[in-house]
Design a protein around this ligand. Structure first.
Ligand code: SAM
Length: 383
């Protein structure tokens, strides 16, 4: 059976656009175009379902409905009101509007969301005599209004809740990393899935769980049961079951060598619960120990680590802390490739090793560097 093609947009975190292109390509997307914090591509209904289920580095998958030009503020309401919303919004259902704006006649995205909602609700009330209510937390239909300069794109959000909500994390520590960012970092690092991988400040274990899911080809949405598209009028449950079954048929039973440690007993307890819940208790070994006291779990390996940045987790002495990271790497981890993400660019320098890669990526509002150190013995270890 062939399905009609349509444009699709995957939204992501700033800095993950390149890995998102690869991620989407591997799932069958074509005509890929890298944008700012997004990638556009062409696909059909099976692909829309598949990318929601399997793509690790997208936050949301949008299906654009129409575009228009905005020359003055009233165009937003007028053009949204003209669209035949009554053809696919049941007024008994709930809606919510997400608005994103840049370089436009509007300065406030909340105002854009409000105006858009008014236009849609007024149209439905005038045409059907009833209006849908708004539910910001769990609406039946999420509509995305994106304004860039004078171009407005209105899309349906096929994901519903953000795709970073994978559903495996039952317990977190004080500064858990976003699951989409964690997957993106593992993919950016070039980890080859068989080399031993250590996160020596693993907190609730997100980086290791994402790495395990990547290595075993477990769909990103394996632990999640709902997506926005399931509430659409055209939802095809048979097709969804087929897409799911095809994706699950690719899961591998590879044995993994993943290691997590943290100096906090509570973090290790949380990581243990999450790993148990995700079914990785035989793939990931956890240890309550500080990085400085740690013993490398293998002669050679990979480290991917999200240490405190002195932001959400405060450090007594950030310079001394990052110096300790560098000293520990040099003392104990020769033969390892070590990746660290941090927004504390000054303190990062005190690791004292010369980074061989440096990638700009955002963790929430924080501009970070994801840096790679090749730890050698002897002369090369010096920065
Ligand atoms: C930003 S959090 C990591 C969050 C983790 N990526 C997650 O998703 O939950 C930093 C972690 O570093 C740990 N930590 C701080 N200093 C440490 C040290 N010297 N050795 C080992 N772990 C340390 C903290 O206990 C905390 O769990």
């Amino acid at each position: 059976m062939t399905f009609p093609k349509f444009p699709i947009i995957a939204k992501t975190i700033s800095g993950l656009e390149d890995v998102l292109v690869k991620d989407l390509e591997s799932l069958g997307a074509v005509d890929l175009l890298k944008l700012n914090r997004a990638v556009s591509f062409t696909g059909d209904q099976p692909l829309l379902y598949r990318v929601n289920y399997c793509c690790r580095t997208a936050l949301r998958i949008l299906k654009p409905l129409f575009h228009f030009e905005i020359l003055e503020q009233k165009d937003l309401y007028d053009r949204l009101y003209e669209y035949p919303w009554e053809n696919f919004i049941d007024p008994e259902k709930t809606i919510s509007i997400d608005a994103v704006i840049s370089y436009t006649v509007f300065t406030n995205s909340q105002f854009v969301a409000q105006k858009s909602k008014d236009a849609i609700v007024d149209r439905l009330r005038d045409k059907l005599g009833k209006r849908p209510s708004v539910d910001l937390d769990d609406p039946d239909l999420r509509i995305n209004v994106h304004l860039f300069k004078d171009l407005c794109t209105v899309s349906l959000d096929s994901s519903g809740q953000s795709l970073h909500r994978r559903g495996y994390r039952k317990n977190t520590g004080p500064a858990p990393i976003n699951e989409v960012l964690a997957a993106g970092l593992v993919m950016l690092s070039g980890w080859d899935i068989t080399t031993p991988l250590l996160d020596p400040m693993c907190g609730s274990g997100t980086l290791l769980i994402e790495a395990a899911m990547i290595a075993k080809n477990i769909p990103a949405g394996y632990f999640r049961d709902s997506y926005g598209f399931m509430k659409w009028n055209d939802f095809d449950s048979g097709l969804w079951e087929r897409v799911r079954a095809e994706s699950l048929a690719r899961v591998s039973t590879l044995n993994l060598h993943l290691f997590g440690s943290d100096r906090s007993g509570r973090a290790i307890e949380a990581a243990g619960i999450n790993m148990q819940h995700a079914g990785f208790q035989n793939d990931i070994t956890l240890n309550e120990v500080s990085f400085e006291e740690s013993v490398p779990p293998a002669e050679k390996g990979f480290i991917i680590c999200n240490p405190p940045y002195d932001e959400r987790i405060k450090l007594d002495d950030a310079v001394a802390f990052y110096k300790m990271i560098g000293d520990t790497l040099k003392r104990k981890y020769s033969g390892f490739q070590a990746w660290f993400i941090s927004s504390d660019l000054e303190s990062l320098k005190f690791i004292g090793l010369r980074p061989s890669r440096r990638i700009v990526v955002f963790n929430g509002p924080l501009e970070c560097r994801f840096v790679k150190f090749e730890v050698f013995t002897g002369k090369k270890a010096r920065g």
